[in-house]
Design a protein around this ligand. Structure first.
Ligand SMILES: [Zn+2]
Length: 219
């Protein structure tokens, strides 16, 4: 079992990101059994769930004449327009039924503000609004609170180059060690986004690991 200084963050393992879903990530379902194995090794697991209102700003359908995968300029910066996905309360927003993590302690729902997207589990896309995850992690862990809480955040899920990468980068920015578990994640890879994400991750000091290394305590 991993130290209580460590948390496993399982990102957006929801039907709309699985093959056949509204915003399918190729082979996304393959990470579910890997996530289950990893979760067995962590006493502290947190899930995220993309969770949008029906007219969310990240949906192409919310912008007249726009198509999915185009980009637009929003007040907080460039935004990729996505197919409508993970609408609150819909079957597409449900976590995959084969995900078996009964001991998960928290579910962070993100993207719930209609006019701001949130790839990251820590900060919304305006780069200013916290989700509360950083504070939660500081108040939990081996000692919690004044003693520092969680030290290391292991990130995996969907998609490597968006929500997983942004979460790992923001974990680093918030002062945690961060590890991205590559084979427990799958990418969208839109216009070179996967290579760009790995370069940003490397530069930020996010470790790149495989699930076998994490399971044997080598990463
Ligand atoms: Zn979304």
């Amino acid at each position: 079992m991993r130290s209580a200084d460590d948390v496993l963050l399982l990102i957006d393992l929801q039907y709309d990101f699985m093959p056949g879903g509204a915003l399918a990530v190729a082979h996304g379902d393959e990470v579910v059994p890997v996530a289950n194995r990893l979760a067995q090794a962590f006493s502290h697991v947190v899930l995220t769930q993309d969770w949008h209102p029906a007219q969310h700003v990240s949906f192409a359908a919310s912008h007249a004449g726009r198509q999915p995968f185009e980009t637009i300029a929003l007040p907080y910066g460039e935004q990729v327009l996505w197919p409508t996905h993970c609408v609150q309360g819909t079957a597409g927003a449900d976590l995959h039924r084969d995900l078996h993590v009964p001991h998960a302690r928290a579910i962070i729902r993100k993207g719930h503000h209609a006019d701001v997207d949130s790839y990251s589990a820590f900060l919304e896309a305006d780069r200013a609004t916290p989700t509360g995850l950083s504070g939660y992690l500081r108040e939990t862990g081996a000692n919690g609170g004044a003693h520092g809480g969680v030290k290391r955040v292991y990130c995996c899920g969907l998609a490597t180059d968006y929500c997983v990468a942004w979460s790992a980068l923001d974990a680093r920015a918030a002062g945690f060690e961060a590890v991205l578990i590559e084979d427990a994640s799958r990418a969208i890879d839109l216009n070179g986004s996967l290579a760009a994400a790995w370069e940003q991750l490397r530069a930020a000091g996010v470790k790149r690991a495989q699930s076998a290394e994490v399971l044997r305590g080598a990463a």
